[in-house]
Design a protein around this ligand. Structure first.
Ligand code: COA
Ligand code: AMP
Length: 625
C-alpha cells in the first residue's frame, strides 16, 4: 500500500475527522459547531458555526508568528521593467490601509467589490483588503470587453469597483478607463464609487464625484482591522463561462476555502512556510485566486506575481529567468505556456542559461496537457511534471500528483489520481457508476470537499440545475473521461459547449449569441478546433440571411470585430466563415461535435440521424479552405 493509498483511505474512513485535522492548521476566532452540516445549502456546508478571517490567516498571523520580514509577494514585471518585494509586514500595512480606504467608501461586511485589474500588486492587495473587511470581491479578467464586465456588475451589484488606468500587453496598452466607463454605462447597476490605480504608462482622467485615486485614498485612510466572518460566509464570487451567455458566479466560502487551500500546498505541491511558489497565471482566473494569492499566503510561502508572458517578454527564457532569480521551488502554469516556449525554443537553449536548481516540480492545469508537451517539459527540465485537473467551481485540484506522498510514475496525458476529499467516478448518461476503464461523465459523489463552490451567486437553483440535478447525489463536472484500472484519471474534454483557449475558459454558446446578433446572419455555429499553441481556438460558421450578397471577407471581419467588442480579445476569435447550410439532425439540432471533428481533420462517418448528408461535404470544403 502506497502513502497515497493510506492517505486516501484515511480520508475515506473518516472524512470529517480528516478535514477537522486540516482545519487545525488555521487560526479561528470561533471554532466550528459541526465539521460538515448536511442541512445547509445545496448539499451541506463545511465548518458551520465557525468564525475566522481569511486575510488574518493570510497575513496578520504570519506577522504575529515572526514572519513579518519574510517576502510574502514578489512582483516581477518584465512589462514595466519593475521588480518589487513585499514582506508580510509590508503587505499587512498596505492591505489594512486599502481596507480602510474601502471602508471610507462605505464598504462593509457582505458588500461586493469588483476588481478589474491588470497583474499589479494592488490587485492582490485589493482582494485581501476585501477579505479583511468581510466584503465579497469579484475579480474580472482584464481581457474581457466592456459588455462582459457590465453583466458581472449587473449581477454582483458592487458598491465599489477597483480598477487601474491601464493594463499592458506586448506592443499595446490596454486602456481600462474607457472600458470601465462603458461597462458602468451598459449595466443596470451603478457602483457608488471607483478606486483607480494610476499607472505611469497611461494615466487616465478620473470621473469627478465617482472616481478616487487608489494610492491617495490608501494614504489618507486609517488601517482597518480584520472583521470576523462566518466560515460559511462568501469570500468571493468568480464568474466563469457557463453553457449560456449568462456567466456563472461561483461563490467561495471563507472557512472551507482556507482549510482546503492551506492543506493543498503541502499535500499536492510539497511546499511549506518559507518556500517560494509561483503560479504563472492571472488573478482574473481561479488559478490566480487560489495559487497567486490565497494558498501561498495562507501557508506562509513567498508568492511570485508575474506581469509578463512566457515568450516575448523578452524571450522564451522568461520563465526560467524568474525561477532562477527568485529561487522558485514549484511552478504552476497552463500547458499552453509550455507550448509557447517549446515553439520558440524547442531545444531549451534559453533554459541552459539559468540555474534552475531551486525548482523541484512543474504543475500544469487549465486544460489537458497533450503528452508531447508534458514529455518535452520533463526532458528539458529534468524535473517532475505533474498535470492536475480542476475547475473554477472546485477552487483546487480534483485530481493530481502528491509530493507529500511521493509522486506517481510519469503518465503523460493523465491528470493524476483523486485528491483526498473527492470520491470520483465516471457515470453513464443514466447516472450509473461505470466500471473502471470505461469513459463517461466524470462526477464527484456529494458532498464536495471544503473549498469547492457551495452555490452560484444568488442563484441556488442555477447551481442545482447546472451541477446536481442530472445525477442526484453527485456533482457533474462537465468533463468526460475515465478512471482506469490503477485509479489514474484521464480527462478527455468537456461534455458541454465550453472550450479552453490558451487556458482561458470560454463558451461557444455565448459567441454564437454574438454572431447571431449580426444583421446578416441567419444562423451559426461556433466550435473549438485544435490549435498547436492554444490547445483550441474558436471557428465560427455562419449561414447568411437570404438576399445578402456582400463579400464574405467583409462580413467575416465584422464578425471578428463584434466578438472582440462584446466578449473581448481573450476569445481569440479570428476565423468566421460563410457556409451555405449547417449540418443538422432531423430534429433540427446542429451537429457541432461532427463539425469539430471535421475541423480537426478527422474522417467522419455520416451520422444516421443527419437530415441531409450533403451538408457535411459542404462544411468540410469550407473548413479545409
Ligand atoms: N488584458 C487585456 N488583453 C488581454 C489580456 C489581459 N489581461 N490577456 C490576454 N489579452 C489579449 C492578448 O493581448 C491578445 O490580444 P490580441 O488579439 O490583440 O493579440 C488576446 O487577448 C488573446 O490572448 P492569448 O490567447 O493569451 O494569446 P497571446 O497570443 O497573447 O499569448 C500565450 C499566447 C500562450 C503566450 C498566452 O496565452 C499565455 O501566456 N497563456 C497562459 C495562460 C494562462 O495563464 N492561463 C491561466 C489559466 S492557468
Ligand atoms: P476553469 O474553470 O477555467 O479552470 O476551466 C476548467 C476546465 O478546464 C475543466 O472543466 C476542464 O475541462 C479543463 N481542465 C482544467 N485543467 C485540466 C487538466 N489538467 N486536464 C484536463 N482538463 C483540464
Amino acid at each position: 500500500m502506497t502513502a497515497y493509498d493510506r492517505a486516501y483511505g484515511a480520508w475515506q474512513a473518516d472524512p470529517e475527522g480528516w478535514w477537522e485535522k486540516a482545519a487545525e492548521g488555521l487560526d479561528w476566532i470561533k471554532r466550528w459547531d459541526t465539521v460538515f452540516d448536511p442541512n445547509l445549502g445545496a448539499y451541506g456546508q463545511w465548518f458551520a458555526g465557525g468564525e475566522l478571517n481569511t486575510c488574518y490567516n493570510c497575513i496578520d498571523r504570519h506577522v504575529a508568528g515572526g514572519r513579518g520580514d519574510q517576502a510574502a509577494l514578489i512582483w516581477d514585471s518584465p512589462m514595466t521593467g519593475q521588480l518589487r518585494t513585499f514582506t508580510y509586514r509590508d503587505l499587512q500595512t498596505r492591505v489594512a490601509k486599502v481596507a480602510g480606504a474601502l471602508a471610507n467608501l462605505g464598504v462593509t461586511k457582505g458588500d461586493r467589490v469588483i476588481l478589474y485589474m491588470p497583474m499589479v500588486p494592488e490587485a492582490a492587495i485589493g482582494m485581501l483588503a476585501c477579505a479583511r473587511l468581510g466584503a465579497v470581491h469579484s475579480v474580472v479578467f482584464g481581457g474581457f470587453a466592456a459588455a462582459e464586465l457590465a453583466t458581472r456588475i449587473a449581477d454582483a451589484k458592487p458598491k465599489v469597483i477597483v480598477s487601474a488606468s491601464c493594463g499592458l500587453e506586448p506592443g499595446r496598452i490596454v486602456k481600462y478607463k474607457p472600458l470601465l466607463d462603458a461597462a458602468i454605462g451598459l449595466s443596470s447597476h451603478k457602483p457608488d464609487s471607483c478606486l483607480i490605480l494610476q499607472r505611469e504608462q497611461s494615466p487616465c482622467e478620473l470621473t469627478p464625484g465617482r472616481d478616487h485615486d487608489f494610492l491617495a485614498a490608501e494614504a489618507a485612510a486609517a488601517p482597518h482591522d480584520c472583521v470576523p466572518v462566518k466560515a460559511t460566509d462568501p469570500l468571493y464570487v468568480l464568474y466563469t463561462s457557463g453553457t449560456t451567455g449568462r456567466p456563472k458566479g461561483v461563490v467561495r466560502d471563507n472557512g472551507g476555502h482556507a482549510v482546503a487551500l492551506w492543506n493543498s500546498m503541502k499535500m499536492l505541491y510539497g511546499v511549506d512556510a518559507g518556500d517560494t511558489y509561483w503560479a504563472a497565471s492571472d488573478v482574473g482566473w481561479v488559478v490566480g485566486h487560489s495559487y497567486i494569492v490565497y494558498a501561498p499566503l495562507l501557508r506562509g510561502c513567498t508568492s511570485v506575481m508575474y506581469e509578463g508572458k512566457p515568450v516575448g517578454t523578452p524571450d522564451a527564457g522568461a520563465f526560467w529567468r524568474v525561477i532562477a532569480q527568485h529561487k522558485v521551488k514549484v511552478l504552476v502554469t497552463a500547458p499552453t505556456a509550455m507550448r509557447a516556449i517549446k515553439q520558440q525554443d524547442p531545444d531549451g537553449k534559453f533554459l541552459a542559461q539559468y540555474d534552475l536548481s531551486s525548482l523541484e516540480a512543474l504543475y500544469l492545469a487549465g486544460e489537458r496537457c497533450d503528452p508531447p508537451t508534458a514529455v518535452w517539459a520533463q526532458e528539458i527540465l529534468k524535473k517532475p511534471v505533474v498535470d492536475h485537473w480542476w475547475q473554477t467551481e472546485t477552487g483546487w485540484a480534483i485530481t493530481s500528483g502528491f509530493r507529500e506522498f511521493g509522486l506517481f510514475p510519469f503518465l503523460p496525458g493523465s491528470g493524476g489520481r483523486p485528491c483526498p476529499g473527492y470520491d470520483l467516478h465516471a457515470l453513464d448518461d443514466d447516472g450509473n457508476v461505470l466500471p473502471r476503464g470505461t469513459s463517461g461523465n466524470l462526477s464527484v459523489r456529494l458532498p464536495l470537499p471544503p473549498g469547492c463552490g457551495p452555490t452560484l451567486w444568488q442563484n441556488d437553483e442555477g447551481y442545482r440545475t447546472s451541477y446536481l440535478s442530472d445525477f442526484p447525489g453527485w456533482y457533474r463536472t462537465g468533463d468526460a473521461g475515465m478512471v482506469d484500472e490503477n485509479g489514474d484519471v484521464w480527462v478527455m474534454g468537456r461534455t458541454d459547449d465550453i472550450i479552453n483557449v490558451a487556458g482561458h475558459r470560454l463558451s461557444t454558446g455565448s459567441m454564437e449569441e454574438v454572431l447571431a446578433s449580426h444583421r446578416d446572419v441567419a444562423e451559426c455555429a461556433v466550435i473549438g478546433a485544435k490549435d498547436e499553441l492554444k490547445g483550441q481556438t474558436p471557428i465560427g460558421l455562419v449561414v447568411l440571411k437570404s438576399g445578402v450578397n456582400r463579400p464574405e471577407a467583409e462580413i467575416s471581419a465584422e464578425l471578428v470585430a463584434l466578438i472582440r467588442e462584446r466578449i473581448g480579445p481573450v476569445a481569440s476569435f479570428r476565423d468566421a466563415r460563410v457556409v451555405p447550410r449547417l449540418p443538422k439532425t432531423r430534429s433540427g439540432k446542429i451537429l457541432r461535435a461532427v463539425i469539430r471533428r471535421i475541423a480537426d481533420g478527422e474522417t467522419v462517418a455520416t451520422p444516421p440521424t443527419i437530415e441531409d448528408p450533403m451538408t457535411l461535404d459542404e462544411v468540410g470544403q469550407v473548413l479545409r479552405r
